[in-house]
Design a binder for this molecule. Structure first.
Ligand code: GRF
Length: 194
């Protein structure tokens, strides 16, 4: 299975996917990594592993993902043979036409127990709300923000002396296991439906 990864930041989740492929627990390869931030570390990580990379140029828009840019992104992913798109810390909302190009084939990882706390810095929201637990969710992407059918979800406790940073780090440990597991699960379902 050929994966495409879209990310805006550090790319630790993409690294976890690379590691799972390398240790033989995920039968896939990453065909293309794209970022809307030319300086994102995710691009460095990918290059280090010899993975093709590219920049998504949103023409100066800070958060918007213009339709024509989504169409071009879909084309680049298709040309790289991508079958499943993994959003890994990608900070723009994916809509049509990218969604239409990959129906039920775009996944996202979110650091909260969805449907609770969609949006940015959700671990902070959970902490501020006095929750006893937080977690992470891998889900199919639809046209909402952090909505779409859940594939896998796992919780972590929130401890009384947690800071936002400590809690986020604890969530990320789980993320790095959960994302490859979710890709494996979707991959099996794709195989079975062939
Ligand atoms: C993760 O916490 C993920 O849940 C969220 O963005 C963060 C990306 O981190 N969507 P990284 O770039 O994979 O390190």
């Amino acid at each position: 299975m050929v994966l495409g990864v879209l990310g805006s930041g550090s790319g630790s989740n993409m690294q976890a996917i690379i590691d799972a492929i390398a240790d033989g627990t995920l039968d896939a390869r990453i065909g293309l990594v794209l970022s809307d931030n030319p300086d994102a570390f995710i691009l460095e990580r990918a290059k280090k592993h010899g993975i093709e990379t590219g920049v998504i140029d949103c023409g100066g828009f800070k958060t918007k993902f213009p339709e024509e840019v989504q169409a071009e992104t879909a084309l680049r992913l298709k040309q790289a043979g991508v079958e499943l798109v993994c959003l890994a810390g990608f900070l723009r909302l994916v809509k049509r036409p990218l969604l239409d190009a990959f129906p039920n084939r775009i996944l996202n990882i979110h650091p909260a127990l969805l449907p609770a706390y969609p949006g940015l810095e959700s671990w902070k929201q959970a902490l501020d709300a006095g929750e006893k637990e937080a977690g992470c969710t891998v889900h199919f992407v639809d046209d909402g923000m952090d909505t779409g059918p859940i594939i896998l979800q796992e919780s972590v406790p929130i401890l009384s002396d947690d800071t936002a940073e400590v809690l986020h780090a604890r969530i990320q440990v789980i993320e790095h296991r959960l994302y490859p597991a979710a890709i494996r699960k979707v991959g099996r379902e794709i195989e079975e439906s062939r």
